[in-house]
Design a protein around this ligand. Structure first.
Ligand code: DQA
Length: 152
C-alpha cells in the first residue's frame, strides 16, 4: 500500500524547536524513522512537509487516486484549519492523525482538532512512535492483505 505522510508547520524545526516538548531528534531522523516503519508494515511511504496551509491542501488533493492512506501531523493547523479538514473529507482517503506531544494535556487552544474530525484514528504523546503506530494501523486495516475478497 502507498501511504502519504504529511507534516505541517515547524515540524522541519524538530531538534531545535522546544526539545523539552518535541525531543532532540531532527526532521531527517523522523524521515528515516518513517521509512523504517513503512518497511516494517510493507508499505511504501512518501513524506511531505510544509509551513503553508494551501500547500498541504494541494498535497492532500493530489493524493487522490495515488495513495491508499494518509498519516498527518497538521501541527498548529490542527487547531485552526477547516481547509485541511475539508480536503481530507474531499479525497476520502483513510487518514490517521499524529501528534508528537500529548495535546490533550496542553493549552486550551490546542484542545480542538479540525483535521482530526476526518481521521479514522489519532495517536498523540508517543513522539516518533506515533507515526509508526499510524503506519501499522493503516497497513493492518486498509492494506491489500485485509482488502475484502472480490465477489464473483
Ligand atoms: C503538534 C502539536 C501542535 O499543537 C503544535 O502546534 C505542533 C506540533 C505535535 O506534534 O505535538 O506544531 O502537532
Amino acid at each position: 500500500m502507498r501511504i502519504l505522510v504529511i507534516n505541517g508547520p515547524n515540524i522541519n524545526m524538530l531538534g531545535i524547536r522546544e526539545p523539552d516538548v518535541y525531543g532532540t531528534r531532527d526532521y531527517n531522523a523522523l524521515l528515516a524513522f518513517i521509512k523504517a516503519a513503512g518497511d516494517e508494515a510493507e508499505a511504501e511511504t512518501e513524506c511531505f512537509q510544509s509551513n503553508h496551509e494551501g500547500a498541504i491542501v494541494d498535497t492532500i488533493q493530489s493524493a487522490y487516486g495515488r495513495f491508499d492512506g494518509i498519516v498527518i501531523n497538521p501541527a498548529a493547523y490542527t487547531h485552526t484549519s477547516i481547509a485541511i479538514l475539508d480536503a481530507l473529507k474531499a479525497v476520502g482517503i483513510p487518514a490517521v492523525e499524529v501528534h508528537l506531544s500529548d495535546v490533550s494535556k496542553r493549552e486550551a487552544f490546542r484542545q480542538i482538532s479540525y483535521p482530526g474530525m476526518a481521521a479514522v484514528k489519532t495517536y498523540m504523546g508517543l513522539g516518533f512512535e506515533g507515526y509508526r503506530q499510524a503506519i501499522l494501523y493503516l497497513a493492518k486495516n486498509y492494506g491489500a492483505a485485509c482488502a475484502a475478497p472480490r465477489s464473483k
